[in-house]
Design a protein around this ligand. Sequence first.
Ligand SMILES: C[S@@+](CC[C@H](N)C(=O)[O-])C[C@H]1O[C@@H](n2cnc3c(N)ncnc32)[C@H](O)[C@@H]1O
Length: 194
Amino acid sequence: MIIESVWEEIKKLELLDKQGESYTNSEGRYGWRNPIRKDTGKILTSLMLAKNPQRILEIGTAHGLSTLYLVMGLDHSKSVVDTIEFDAEVANSTQKRMDRLQVPVSVLEGDAEEVIAGLDSFYDIVFFDAQKNKYYAQLMALLKKGCIGAGTMILADNVSDRREECLNFLNWFPENRISHTIIETECGLLVASL
Ligand SMILES: C[S@@+](CC[C@H](N)C(=O)[O-])C[C@H]1O[C@@H](n2cnc3c(N)ncnc32)[C@H](O)[C@@H]1O
């Protein structure tokens, strides 16, 4: 992977209109395919640099902006990112982007809970950024499958601007005495350690 090419691609993706693309979510409702805000990207990269994870799972790929910020903080000789996207066309084009950039990313196509049911890896980091009202169910599915556990870092976007939609997810951390904090980015980024 060539760091400069990844950075050029990040700059291009950041120019995409943040309100320009809608999609129909798994409940048949209208949703926005908004990428992470600029303030969040470098936090994701910094957390990867600090944690030095081997296996990362992202839920909600879209065009891969957050994926590339994750990739920027990884040791490419040993780290891999799996990222889940249910829109087949978007998943295909983003996989092509990742292949062109030669970054260690696999886009797993399908609904997150269905994809999780077929996973057999343990993840050091999980970044939640798909449907907000599904964060809790996806977290429970990952725990049940044994894909996360002691030592996994949990990251989740939009926990402030869309707090009501992910309240059961947010409440789970204090209820289970899990160390966590919320970084007050434009959207709110939860950082927790299991
Ligand atoms: C907010 S966007 C992700 C933005 C991306 N993380 C970024 O910063 O560039 C959410 C994406 O998750 C996908 N998505 C929504 N619900 C999903 C689900 N249940 N399973 C898999 N993907 C889902 C949408 O198609 C959309 O592309």
